[in-house]
Structures are given as structure tokens and as C-alpha cells.
Write a new protein. Structure first.
Length: 319
């Protein structure tokens, strides 16, 4: 009977070598199997994560006291500043990014970005061609004209029942009105401004446009400034201009109050967001927001504003 000792040296080495090669091949196959399985699991996880990724809604915030306040001692204490957490909490289906912008950049983003929203915009016919508006989110006082107390006589020829006839004022070639460039002042005033001759207005394009206009007025380089009284009061205080040095006049035909809206890019995503925002606005505590805004008004205006805003939003809730 043959024994191992009788085998040739070559035979003695063959069987262990084949066994080792077979074990290595099986190990490689197992390694490849686990590698491909891991790759498949990672691929499915990536697909699942992508499917679950939330769209990013970009909120465009401009410095617009008392609605949004980006700098100073009352930073983030504006009315819209305090509305934003409620909007964000009510829209958990989106990631939310807050972006500080100036007027020009904000309008450009609304025009070009597929999913951006401004929480404090007035309705404007031209902009309605490329943004979609919510239902009214807040009521604000209408714009008016501000002069220094010593210049009050300049407006007397244009006063009708204590209100300024803006069209007549702008038709006078010796009176320039300071305005913030590219800002909407409400449809009624916007129409008058568009019809004014070029020499009637002094537009300011800077980031601190209103503050600069008030400084020009204080220096006597400008006599009349158009704007919201609460914002003018705030900016005047920041510029160390005494409120008692200024006189505010409402504009004939504007009505006492305007509506502020949330406005989003007029895209599929923007329209969907506005639909969801409208549902939120119908349930938000308008009485609280009204109180926040009223705190910025003159004491004699507060009661009227609160009553008018209450009636407005009660009527809106029935529509």
C-alpha cells in the first residue's frame, strides 16, 4: 500500500497549495458579495435621503422698522421679526434660510430665485406680474409727508382738510420730495409718483436711504420726505433728530391704513408656499400682532388702529 512517504516531492506539495488557493477564492467571493451588498445599501440610503430632503425656502429680510429691524438696540424686535418664528414653525415641510438683503437685492431674488419669499411687501400691480401675494398679513399706517417744523408753511398751499394734495405738490417745480428709490408706497401713491416729472423727486438708492434723506432734510438740502411715520420716528431717533422737530402730514386719498403681505416667487414652489401660508395666516393671533404694531404708533392713534385692524381681520376671516 502506498504511503505519503513514497510520494514524490511534487505530489507532496500539490494538495495544500490547491486548498489554499480554493480558500482564497472563496474569501474573495465573500468579500465582493459583502462589498456589493454594502454598496447597494448605501445607494438605497442615498436615494431615500434625497427623496426625503426638504425644499429650502429663502426668507428675504429688509431693514424696515417697525416691521423688521436688522440693527440697533431693538434688533429683531419688529412686528414681522416676531411673526417669522410662527411662520417657520407652521411650515415644517421646508428648510428655512433667513437672508438679509437691501431693496434691490430682495426684488432681484424674488424675480430670479425659484423659491424666495418676502414677509413684508405691499401689493403693487407691476410686481404682481412676477410675485404671488398672500392674503393680508398685517395692517400698517399709510405713508405721508414729513417736514421740519420750521418748514410747515411750505405745505399749506397744498392742504385739503389737513391732508396734502400730493399731485399738486409734485406739480410745483420748486418743491422736491425725497423718496426711497424702488420702494412701493402703496398703489395710490405709486401712481402719483409715476406721473410726476423727473425734477419733482429726489430718490435715494443707498442701504440707509430713509436715514440719509432725513439727514439731508436736517441740513436744509431737502425740505419734504415721503414715508411711514413709525419708520421715520425710529430712523430720526437713530440719527439723533428730535421727533418734535418734525411734522407729519397724511396724503389726501390714501386712506389711513394699508395691508402688508407675504410675497413669494411666482413659481410652482412659490404658489404652493403661499397657499400654505394663507392657511397659517387665517389661524394666527392677529390681535397680538396688532398690539405689537400699535405700540409703535402715537398714543392718540393706537385705539383707532386697534379697532380698525380688528374689524378688518374679522371681515377677512369670513371670506
Amino acid at each position: 500500500m502506498a504511503t505519503t512517504s513514497n510520494r514524490s516531492p511534487g505530489c507532496a506539495k500539490t494538495e495544500p497549495f490547491k486548498l489554499k488557493r480554493q480558500q482564497t477564492s472563496e474569501a474573495n467571493r465573500a468579500h465582493h458579495w459583502w462589498t456589493w451588498r454594502l454598496f447597494g445599501l448605501l445607494f438605497l440610503l442615498a436615494v431615500s435621503t434625497a427623496a426625503q430632503a426638504k425644499p429650502t425656502l429663502i426668507w428675504l429680510l429688509r431693514d424696515l422698522p417697525p416691521l423688521t429691524i436688522l440693527e440697533g438696540p431693538k434688533k429683531d424686535q419688529g412686528v414681522i421679526d416676531q411673526l417669522m418664528p410662527l411662520l417657520i414653525a407652521g411650515l415644517p415641510q421646508y428648510e428655512h434660510t433667513l437672508m438679509r438683503v437691501n431693496r434691490a437685492r430682495g426684488l432681484q431674488m424674488l424675480h430670479e430665485n425659484p423659491f424666495a419669499c418676502d414677509p413684508a411687501l405691499l401689493w403693487n400691480k407691476d410686481r404682481a406680474q412676477w410675485v404671488v401675494y398672500s392674503i393680508p398679513a398685517i395692517r400698517v399706517v399709510s405713508n405721508g409727508l414729513v417736514v421740519r417744523q420750521q418748514d410747515r408753511s411750505l405745505l399749506e398751499p397744498y392742504l385739503v382738510g389737513g391732508e396734502v394734495d400730493l399731485s399738486a405738490l409734485l406739480a410745483a417745480t420748486d418743491r422736491k420730495v425725497g423718496v426711497v428709490a424702488e420702494r412701493s408706497y402703496g398703489e395710490f401713491i405709486d401712481n402719483i409718483l409715476h406721473q410726476a416729472h423727473s425734477g419733482a423727486l429726489t430718490p435715494h438708492y443707498g442701504n440707509e436711504a430713509l436715514s440719509n434723506l432725513l439727514s439731508m432734510q436736517r441740513l436744509g438740502r431737502l425740505q419734504v420726505v415721503l414715508g411711514y411715520w413709525p419708520e421715520i420716528r425710529y430712523q430720526a431717533k437713530q440719527a439723533k433728530i428730535a421727533e418734535d422737530d418734525l411734522a407729519f402730514y397724511p396724503i389726501q386719498g390714501t386712506g389711513k391704513y394699508l395691508s402688508g403681505y407675504v410675497a413669494c416667487s411666482d413659481t410652482t414652489q412659490g404658489r404652493q408656499a403661499i397657499s400654505e401660508i394663507n392657511q397659517l395666516l387665517r389661524t394666527l393671533p392677529h390681535a397680538h400682532l396688532n398690539q405689537l404694531y400699535a405700540a409703535w404708533l402715537d398714543p392718540e392713534r393706537q385705539a383707532d388702529y386697534l379697532e380698525q385692524a380688528r374689524v378688518f381681520f374679522e371681515q377677512q376671516a369670513t371670506h
